[in-house]
Design a protein around this ligand. Sequence first.
Ligand code: PGA
Length: 244
Amino acid sequence: MNSNIKIFVEDDYNTLSKKAAEIFACAVNRKPEGSFGFATGSTPLGMYDELKGMVKKSELNFTKINAYNLDEYYPIKGSDNQSYKYFMAANLFDEINLPKENRFIPNGEAPDPIKECVEYEEKVTKASIEMQILGIGNNGHIGFNEPADYFAGATNYVELAENTIEANARFFEKLEDVPRFALTMGIHSIMMAKSILLLASGEGKAQILKDSLFGKITPKVPASVLQLHCDVFIVADKAAAKYL
Ligand code: PGA
């Protein structure tokens, strides 16, 4: 394994969230006016709670950072409570006083998704992200970069894999309600971040985490590309780290 990957194995989800928040807070304190990459999904929620706690205690200040989110469903209205724009506002941004003009996310309401991808990529490239938070999908996706025959470079318009739709159905009333398309930073957009903080929790992620970190680097396992990044933090609980 690439020696630039640092793995932290924590007892449980609670300590995983604390450790991840510590690492992220350290990066923000080092660059309080920098750009940072955020992720949705259930895994970072505990870390977001920890970060909110640090802000409350004035240990951390997010008011000057710029936040770039990995992905958004398409099409979806930002006001829809299933949108990632809404998710970030409700679960983190509104509570850490991050000004609205500092929040960037692919626009799920854009009339032309391809044009939106090009424009978002330009923003991300200019931003130069200090640290990108990632979850990992059951199929190894990062952002919505699903297993494929090649690594998608820039921000792109994608069709979601069936197993991603099934995994995300837990947030919707029924399977048919899950959007089938999304806009996502590409693999290259993610790899440009100066450092990566990937969180994995639960036994369901154990095999894919092992394949990603120790297996062949292949677009069939999108997260395996992280083996080529020069500064990666993996924070996993014992269950997810079972095969490491
Ligand atoms: P999860 O999603 O945190 O809800 O497991 C991770 C992902 O799909 O990237």
